[in-house]
Design a protein around this ligand. Structure first.
Ligand SMILES: [Zn+2]
Length: 203
């Protein structure tokens, strides 16, 4: 009688970072972990990590679970190194006045790990700001260029940049770029004709 192959937990490391993957064999785990780091299976270090086997059914380990097993993580917002040990050490240092660093109270939200509630709130506020900036940019584009289709909005920076498609066109020859509020449009030479046609139609 042969038993069903079971997924087991392996820590896979590229020397700098490590993660837990679930594989049927060490080679399988090395391939999975390697592809995550953009490396070949033979370029990562793979070790059995039985303490994570209990998460095999879930298929992944959450940030808080890594911390519970003594690993450290990076805060999504401030990039501070977060671990249980560091949190304890810091709590003591703060108590005796040896550190003025913000207290470390790890938390997780939507797959992101944060060192504190303050970082979580700052990150959520920034994400909300970007979503709003994106919506505003789309609205401004449609107000100025009626009938176009929004292709992409780059809203990481203060002034969003919108790529849109002229009506009745297909592909990049009908695409233009606009930094919201500016008088300049960017377009490939092939799109110039399409833009003239569009402007004529608006008159
Ligand atoms: Zn933080």
């Amino acid at each position: 009688m042969t038993s069903e192959p079971t997924l087991q937990a392996y820590s896979v490391s590229d020397d700098e970072h490590a993660m837990v993957v679930f594989g049927y064999t060490p080679q399988h785990a090395a391939r999975l972990g390697g592809s995550h780091f953009g490396l070949e299976a033979e370029d990562v270090i793979t070790d059995r990590a039985p303490e994570f086997d209990e998460y095999a059914a879930a298929g992944h380990v959450t940030g808080m679970q890594y911390l519970a097993h003594g690993w450290w993580m990076t805060c999504t917002q401030c990039q501070r190194e977060v671990s249980r040990d560091r949190a304890d050490e810091l709590a003591t240092d703060i108590e005796v006045g040896l550190s003025d660093e913000a207290p470390m109270e790890p938390q997780e939200h939507a797959g992101h790990l944060y060192c504190s509630l303050a970082c979580r709130e700052a990150d959520l506020a920034e994400r909300a700001r970007r979503i709003q900036a994106r919506a505003d940019a789309e609205q401004a584009t449609l107000a100025r260029f009626p009938g176009v289709t929004i292709v992409d909005v780059h809203s990481l920076h203060t002034t969003p940049h919108v790529v849109f498609q002229l009506p009745g066109t297909d592909g990049w020859t009908g695409q233009l770029g606009w930094t919201v509020g500016q008088d300049i449009l960017t377009a490939s030479p092939a799109a110039h004709e399409a833009y003239r046609t569009y402007q004529e139609a608006l008159k």
